[in-house]
Design a protein around this ligand. Structure first.
Ligand code: FAD
Length: 394
């Protein structure tokens, strides 16, 4: 370790920090901590998202909101992302009778949430991280063992199967809801953890661009088809497509076994979306992959000793109905930076304070996200009773 002045002019010790997971939160955390002069190694299990064709099983676009924007602004990346993002000023409700209702997010000013592509966002973050000479990106490295509470990890090269032992002053676990960093922490006394799967799953569909190359629906809205027990939403993409996500109990997914089951289900509940998606594409995409599970993870604390900390989904995965999972993970990066400034790289204090400050908000956003599913699929629509009845009769 050696002392230097960080970008904000504060004296700081330079630490060897290993970040596990170069997803959205890990790559932003690398920039936040790298900007302070720490020596960062950023490990990622998968291939480089910048050259990978398709990220299977991950939402294609996400809603970026104020807390995420703040963390991006702090490292000079907000404008770049907003340039690409598509503002959504209101929800557009698609009623069963095919009428529409607009519910603004904010009546007084024109605040918006932004639809951004996951791949684009991750690419921007990785490109920005790689510009720092003190950040080293290590792709195709899987955390496979070690003792994280002592700052020790073993990574396996996913191609050569060679193992590398790594020792760090600090490990930041950003390896998502099924975190390997967290595995050892679960065995430590005083580490509280809960995992809740909801009985609903999700499946992604796509609305292609119109023949003239434009959007098939008004683009500055988050479109919602609330149907009581289930719902569909659509967020716009830069290429004029829409990512459509159907959220529904697994038993209802299972009941749709054939193309004709699917078309009759869509004809009853989402008739206006059929010409938008196209029958053929709807059938192809619906049966391509099974519905995915949704899990909420709560931890308290987020650290063990002064060596290991969980942030992002690894510490607090939430169901997606409040659009806050990534945003809360980005906010973790802001908070961590503030604590590094406040405690001048004293890891014991930083990690303890992070856990103390963060758990209440993280647990609250998780509960709000659970509640907002009911709001989005049901309460948002005054006539939901009729939908529920129609669904029960289906
Ligand atoms: P992840 O994105 O899961 O990244 C973890 C990374 O760690 C991955 O790259 C993985 O390969 C790597 N990794 C895993 N294990 C290892 C290992 N052993 N060794 C090395 N690397 C490893 N959030 C929002 O804010 N707004 C939204 O609109 C929104 N919509 C969503 C819609 C859906 C359908 C879903 C499912 C989620 C949505 N979210 C949204 C949540 C958001 O996707 C997550 O909160 C976000 O991806 C968390 O980022 P992360 O970097 O913490 O974890």
């Amino acid at each position: 370790k050696y002392s230097t002045k960080d970008v904000n002019g504060a004296t700081t010790s330079n630490l060897n920090i290993s970040i596990v997971g170069a997803g959205l939160v890990g790559s932003l955390a690398a920039i936040h901590l790298g900007k302070r002069g720490h020596k960062i190694k950023l490990y990622e299990y998968r291939e480089d998202i910048r050259t990978a064709e398709l990220v299977i099983g991950r939402s294609i676009n996400l809603a970026l909101s104020a807390r995420g924007r703040k963390a991006l602004a702090e490292v000079g990346l907000e404008d770049k992302l907003l340039e690409h993002g598509i503002p959504m000023y209101a929800r557009m409700i698609h009623n069963l009778d095919e009428s529409h209702k607009i519910i603004p997010y904010d009546n007084k000013s024109s605040q918006a949430i932004y639809s951004v592509g996951r791949k684009y966002l991750n690419e921007i973050l990785l490109n920005a991280a790689e510009k720092y000479p003190n950040i080293e990106l290590k792709i195709n490295r899987k955390l496979s063992g070690g003792q994280v509470s002592n700052g020790e990890m073993i990574f396996t090269d996913t191609f050569t199967k060679e193992e590398e032992k790594v020792s760090s002053d600090l490990i930041v676990g950003c390896d998502g809801a099924f975190s390997s960093v967290r595995r050892e922490m679960l065995k430590k006394p005083g580490f509280n953890y809960s995992q809740t799967y909801i009985e609903h799953g999700y499946l992604e569909l796509c609305i292609p661009p119109a023949k003239d190359g434009g959007f098939k629906m008004p683009e500055n809205y988050l479109h919602i088809w609330p149907r009581g027990k289930f719902m569909m939403i659509a967020l716009p993409n830069q290429d004029r497509t829409w990512t459509v996500t159907l959220f529904m109990p697994f038993e209802n997914f299972d009941a749709i076994k054939s193309s004709s089951d699917l078309l009759s289900f869509f004809n009853i509940y989402f008739a206006d979306s059929i010409p938008l998606i196209g029958e053929e594409r709807l059938i192809k995409d619906f049966f391509k992959t099974p519905a995915q599970h949704l899990v909420a993870i709560k931890c308290r604390p987020y650290h063990i000793s002064s060596k290991v900390l969980l942030i992002g989904d690894a510490g607090h995965a939430v169901v997606p109905f409040y659009g806050q999972g990534m945003n809360a993970g980005f906010e973790d990066c802001s908070i961590l930076t503030e604590l590094f400034t406040q405690y001048d790289s004293n890891l014991e204090k930083i990690l303890q304070e992070f856990s103390d400050q963060r758990w209440e908000d993280a647990h609250a956003i998780s509960d709000l996200a659970m509640y907002n599913y009911v709001e989005m699929r049901d309460l948002v629509n005054k006539r939901s009773y009729l939908m529920r009845k129609a669904f029960d009769d289906f």
